[in-house]
Design a protein around this ligand. Structure first.
Ligand code: NI
Length: 161
């Protein structure tokens, strides 16, 4: 396991579309392990492979609740319901937070790390996380869909007490 470098801000890879995973081999499993470790290291709720420079359709999510780490390979959102306006951030845009509109409920189909088909429905924060991470796989970043006037930049200095 290893911490990988997170691609940030204007890195053009963040705007690229990721490709499907064809075989879940040892290399993919190592990548997933590293993504989880990297997400935890930086206290993220989710991470897409593109954020560590790999254009593959893989996301990991951890809301630090009883669901544990969720690994979604080749995720496809099959259903969305409702809307929520939520505060959001992204490990690729450190210190930036803003309000975005997300579906209130999302159903996603994917493969897990063992290559088994899974179907997951999330509400609230989980729906937000799934939508945010799947956006990454399509080269979309939250900063492009924020509600005007809601961007907050939290500098390390302003966090000091
Ligand atoms: Ni993100």
């Amino acid at each position: 396991m290893a911490i990988r470098t997170i691609r940030e801000e204007d890195d053009e890879i963040l705007r690229k579309k990721s490709r499907e995973v064809e075989v879940i081999d040892e290399k993919i499993k190592t990548l997933v392990d590293d993504m989880v470790e990297t997400m935890h290291k930086f206290d993220g709720l989710g991470l897409a492979a593109v954020q560590v420079g790999v254009l593959k359709r893989i996301v990991v999510i951890d809301l630090y609740d009883d669901k544990g780490v969720i690994v979604l390979i080749n995720p496809v959102i099959t259903k969305e319901k409702g809307k929520q306006i939520v505060e959001e951030g992204c490990l690729s845009f450190p210190n930036k937070f803003a309000k975005v509109e997300r579906p209130e409920q999302v159903t996603v189909e994917a493969l897990n790390i063992n290559g088994e088909k899974i179907k997951l429905t999330g509400k609230g924060l989980l729906a937000q996380a799934i939508a945010h991470e799947v956006d990454h796989l399509n080269g979309e970043v939250f900063i492009d869909k924020i509600m005007p006037g809601t961007l907050e930049i939290v500098t390390p200095e302003s966090q000091e007490k």
